[in-house]
Write a protein that binds this ligand. Structure first.
Ligand code: NAD
Length: 476
């Protein structure tokens, strides 16, 4: 074959196009090889693909980041009904209306590229610019309680900051997470020509999680889940952002608006059948308003259980734990189930629209101690608000996650905020207000508690870099 200048130019052109855009999206195949669209069996392959994608992404401008993030938002918004239903069918915990809503809020309220603001310092020596650079590939672990919402939320934050990610999803929520990953990558590839910015392990195991923790090219970890995975991530030599467990207490004092307190406890405690880590898990109410508060709860679609019914539910809800430190743990049967299912388990028939069940217990009851993640909330009668705050602190277990108060006494509110030292503190509203639902502020599905980053944003997933110009560029 004659090799002409023309031929060389056209080959070089084609190579450059492929390097810039990735292979053409023809019927899911490129160069005869099927697209994985981010879904891999092997951690090494997933990290290699994410790494390659990230290097290309880093060369692009902010507009491509905005486009990539918009693809995730659009899919969460447009396909919330289908994906929400699929998440519920796969995980079998929570409520359809909230599975759908959680995807819609991902679309609307997770911060993106606009969150990355350059800081400037200007003075007689010149200027310094402080900018927020990506880490590279981030290892992500997601919980079963919000499988796709957590993945989508993490992906928006991380891509906005210029990163790529490799996710080990919870095995019981992996199918919907893999489907979301495919949809996101297909849309992003079509929009900016890069595949595999979001990668995921199709058959996740503890070993694949560990392989992600150990991989040299994974620069940072973001782990959302209970105590075991938090501890595992913190043992890794690389930096881990840990969104750990909670057991949010609610204090109600004698100055509270009881109507608002009851409405808020029902809304937050019943949301997605109390799967939210921020959701109301136990209430400490002062004796002088205790009975009135209990009565008010029943006007907000909450059903009160008596002592015998609570003990029956305790037997149905908890199973023996593995060690002395955890004599009881939450069983799978009632976790995340509807209030009507909890009632049925103890032979009780309650109205079909029951949101929450509740009842009076001792302070040391398993429902107070353990993060139950089901729509039953124990109420503990206490003599005064200082006792309530003390018990709230004790049973929050030092997670420093979320606490809530209903009070109109600003000194009491301030005292509790100081004593609890929790990442989220909500006054006179449902727990969800702490994440901007019926309250102000932005949202994340990963609230980094033990490691202190708080409600994660794109900035959480950046490295600070500073460029200094000496002797010029100050224009004043
Ligand atoms: P989980 O701890 O059972 O699982 C979370 C993830 O960790 C899963 O992907 C699981 O496969 C993995 N995992 C568990 N043990 C591991 C280990 N030793 N090594 C590696 N990976 C491991 O939690 P869950 O039931 O899926 O989610 C509920 C928990 O997560 C609750 O405790 C809740 O409070 C917490 N949570 C916290 C936040 C937050 O933002 N702080 C958000 C959602 C959920």
């Amino acid at each position: 074959m004659q090799v002409s200048d023309e031929l060389i130019r056209s080959v070089v052109q084609e190579v450059l196009t492929v390097m810039r855009q990735g292979p053409a999206p023809t019927n899911g195949k490129a160069n005869g090889k099927a697209h994985a669209w981010g879904v891999f069996n092997d951690v090494a392959e997933a990290v290699a693909a994410a790494s390659k994608a990230q290097r290309e992404f880093e060369r692009r401008g902010l507009e491509d980041r905005r486009n990539a993030v918009e693809c995730i938002r659009r899919i969460c918004r447009d396909q919330a009904n289908t994906l929400g239903r699929e998440e519920l069918e796969e995980t079998r915990i929570g409520r359809l209306v909230h599975k759908i809503e959680k995807l819609k809020v991902v679309a609307d309220r997770i911060p993106g590229v606009e969150f990355l603001k350059t800081e400037a310092f200007s003075g007689e020596y010149g200027i310094a610019l402080q900018e927020y650079a990506p880490f590279g590939v981030i290892g992500v672990i997601t919980p079963v309680t919000h499988s796709l919402p957590t993945l989508a939320c993490n992906a928006i934050n991380m891509l906005a900051a210029g990163n790529a990610l490799v996710c080990n999803p919870h095995p019981s929520g992996r199918r919907v997470a893999c489907k979301g990953t495919r949809l996101f990558n297909q849309a992003i590839h079509q929009a900016i020509g890069i595949d595999n910015l979001i990668t995921i392990i199709e058959e996740p195991t503890l070993e694949s999680a560990q392989a992600i923790f150990d991989h040299r090219e994974v620069r940072l970890l973001c782990v959302t889940g209970g105590p075991a995975v938090g501890r595992a991530a913190l043992r890794s030599p690389k930096r881990a952002i840990v969104a750990g467990p909670g057991n949010p207490p609610v204090v109600v004092d004698e100055t509270a608006d009881l109507e608002n307190a009851a409405r808020s406890i029902v809304y937050g405690g019943a949301y997605d059948n109390n799967l939210l880590c921020i959701g109301e898990k136990e209430v400490f109410a002062v004796a002088s308003i205790f009975d009135e508060l209990m009565e008010t709860m029943t006007r907000h679609k909450a059903v009160r259980l008596d002592v015998g019914q609570i003990e029956a539910l305790t037997k149905a809800a908890f199973v023996p734990g593995a060690d002395k430190q955890h004599p009881l743990v939450v069983g799978k049967d009632l976790l995340g189930q509807d209030a009507t299912v909890l009632a049925e388990s103890i032979g009780l028939k309650v109205p079909a629209d029951t949101e929450l069940m509740f009842g009076e217990t001792e302070e040391s009851h398993p429902f107070v101690d353990i993060e139950q993640m089901m729509p039953f909330v124990p109420f503990v009668r206490v003599p005064d608000v200082d006792t309530a705050i003390g018990l709230a602190r004790k049973w929050e277990h030092g997670f420093k996650h979320t606490s809530i108060i209903h009070s109109r006494n600003i000194e009491t509110v301030t005292r509790m905020a100081r004593e609890m030292d929790t990442t989220l503190f909500v006054q006179n509203g449902p727990s969800t207000a702490g994440l901007g639902s019926r309250g102000e502020g932005y949202l994340s599905f990963s609230i980094a508690t033990p490691t202190g980053e708080g409600v994660t944003t794109p900035l959480t997933f950046t490295r600070q870099r500073r460029a200094t110009v000496v002797g010029s560029m100050r224009v004043l």
